[in-house]
Design a protein around this ligand. Structure first.
Ligand SMILES: NC(=O)C1=CN([C@@H]2O[C@H](COP(=O)(O)OP(=O)(O)OC[C@H]3O[C@@H](n4cnc5c(N)ncnc54)[C@H](OP(=O)(O)O)[C@@H]3O)[C@@H](O)[C@H]2O)C=CC1
Ligand SMILES: O=C(O)[C@@H]1CCC=N1
Length: 263
């Protein structure tokens, strides 16, 4: 697979790390205007760093666009004459619709919007995919790429904004919960590094339990909460303080914001 990541910033680099880790690419162009900041990537033989998007596109089959939303239109207009019939265009860009991409490059191109997250770097992204009509022919290829970076799911484009909040912003939400748990553990007397390890592994254990058992979270909670014990005491206090409510409200705020952002 010859892949180009146009805009190797935070997310682009996460995708690059995941692709390199799994050795799924024969060549990987990483582009940005200042390539100095990603110098270490060219230790890999298959990586070519450049600020020349045209060169990257000419030499690749799969083009992953990972620039900030405000840069996409110009870049697509510039590279449009270079696009070939077999190019597969994957956009990870928030809020830039398939219609808008088609209006620039044409509806005859394979276009897939995708929403991965930064855990792609460690092969644990949850990536949602929405193809245009032509792109449906290449959706299996996109799934192969993103399944190598975690899990992928095809969803209607109308749900992509919501998926961005849950899966992409979601990484930050879960990080904050882990950090808060760590702060609690430090207050209970653990050294910070120990507290962090305890919080991370417990979080990992909770998610793995649900994934492997297929059980509902409340069923697992019931297995932990000894009647009259400390777990239910803590859990009820967290709910009195608005734990679930604040998460749900935050998710909805994030969704309101994403729908206000104009590209
Ligand atoms: N960060 C995340 O977790 C997620 C981000 N997204 C979406 O992914 C996109 C990228 O986000 P993120 O990685 O955070 O943003 P960054 O700003 O970190 O990355 C964008 C990169 O694009 C490069 N760039 C800008 N102009 C050009 C150009 N003309 N040609 C080539 N490269 C260029 C910039 O580097 P330089 O200035 O050197 O050119 C920069 O490193 C956004 O649209 C965002 O909505 C989606 C899901 C999750
Ligand atoms: O915060 C943002 O707007 C982008 C989209 C999801 C993750 N980062």
């Amino acid at each position: 697979m010859k892949v180009a990541i146009i805009g190797a910033g935070s997310l682009g680099q996460s995708i690059a790390k995941g692709l390199l880790k799994n050795k799924v690419v024969s060549s990987l162009y990483l582009t940005k205007r200042n390539t100095h900041s990603i110098k270490g990537f060219d230790d890999h033989n298959e990586v070519i760093l450049t600020s020349n998007n045209e060169e990257a596109i000419k030499n690749s089959d799969i083009l992953i666009f990972a620039v900030q939303p405000r840069h996409l239109e110009n870049i697509l207009n510039t590279v449009k004459p270079l696009l070939k019939e077999n190019h597969v265009l994957i956009s990870v860009i928030t809020g830039f619709s398939l219609d808008k991409i088609e209006a620039i490059v044409g509806a005859d191109k394979y276009i897939i919007r995708s929403m991965p997250n930064t855990a792609a770097s460690v092969g644990q992204s949850m990536t949602c995919l929405s193809p245009n009509t032509k792109g449906k022919e290449k959706v299996e290829l996109a799934k192969t790429i993103f399944n190598s970076l975690g899990l992928s799911m095809v969803i209607p484009e109308e749900q992509l904004q919501a998926a961005t909040v849950i899966c992409a912003s979601g990484i930050a939400f879960w990080m904050r919960l882990i950090r808060a748990t760590t702060q609690g553990a430090i207050q209970l007397g653990f050294e910070a590094d120990v507290a962090h390890e305890l919080a991370m592994q417990t979080c990992f254990g909770a998610a793995t339990l649900l994934k492997e058992s297929g059980r509902h979270p409340e069923a697992e909670i019931d297995r932990v909460t000894t009647p009259g014990g400390c777990t239910i005491e803590g859990l009820n206090e967290m709910e009195h303080q608005g734990l679930s409510s604040s998460l749900i409200t935050g998710i909805n705020k994030s969704f309101e914001k994403i729908n206000q952002i104009k590209n």
